[in-house]
Design a protein around this ligand. Structure first.
Ligand code: AMP
Length: 191
């Protein structure tokens, strides 16, 4: 299997690039943010719980997120692999993912980390708010919070994959096509 963690701060282009990667490599796209948003829309208990955290730009608690992720993974029979988009976001999630994948006789192949500087992220998110309808994109204070949470809780997850020699940094500035090509060549040379 080809299991990729597509990593990066909010607004780095993970969702956009995931679409390109699933098309080329036939992978299952698993975005924890998308699953939470679908649950909010469906007014499920999980959605109600997640909403308060998401609207504040905070992380949904690890236990809830990890359980949700596991139940999403097992929905797919004999997948070629997964793109994990927006997961793991904490070291606890990264450990849980490793253990869970091991129990399925597989593992993460690669972490691809899109690197984009902070001012560019803020500009992109505010622009995305015009079309995404996401309340967490529209409020500059929530954007600040999400970036701070990324720096404090999520960025350290890079070291977890660096230690396993699975980490590749990708320049996330440029046209969408240019960045896609960088991701393709990182996958093709490292896998
Ligand atoms: P995203 O769509 O990846 O930008 O995620 C939107 C929001 O969903 C985040 O700001 C968090 O509140 C929540 N979320 C998504 N993925 C996770 C995760 N792996 N752990 C905790 N919270 C998450």
């Amino acid at each position: 299997m080809l299991n990729i963690v597509l990593f990066g701060p909010p607004g780095a282009g993970k969702g956009t690039q995931s679409e390109r990667l699933i098309e080329k490599y036939g992978l299952v796209h698993l975005s924890t943010g998308d699953v939470f948003r679908a649950n909010i829309k469906g007014e499920t208990d999980l959605g109600k719980l997640a909403k308060s955290y998401m609207d504040a730009g905070q992380l949904v608690p690890d236990e809830v997120t990890i359980n949700m992720l596991r139940s999403e993974v097992v929905k797919h029979e004999a997948p070629k692999g997964f793109i994990f988009d927006g997961f793991p976001r904490t070291n606890a999630q990264a450990h849980a993912l490793d253990e869970f994948l091991a129990s399925l006789q597989t593992e993460i192949s690669l972490m691809l980390a899109l690197e984009v500087e902070e001012n560019e992220l803020k500009t992109r998110l505010l622009k995305r708010a015009e079309v995404s309808g996401r309340p967490d994109d529209a409020d500059p204070a929530v954007i600040e919070k999400r970036i701070a949470v990324y720096n404090n809780e999520t960025a350290p997850v890079k070291a977890f994959y660096q230690a396993q020699d699975k980490f590749v940094a990708i320049d996330g500035i440029g046209s969408i096509d240019e960045i896609t090509q960088r991701l393709f060549s990182a996958i093709d040379t490292n896998h």
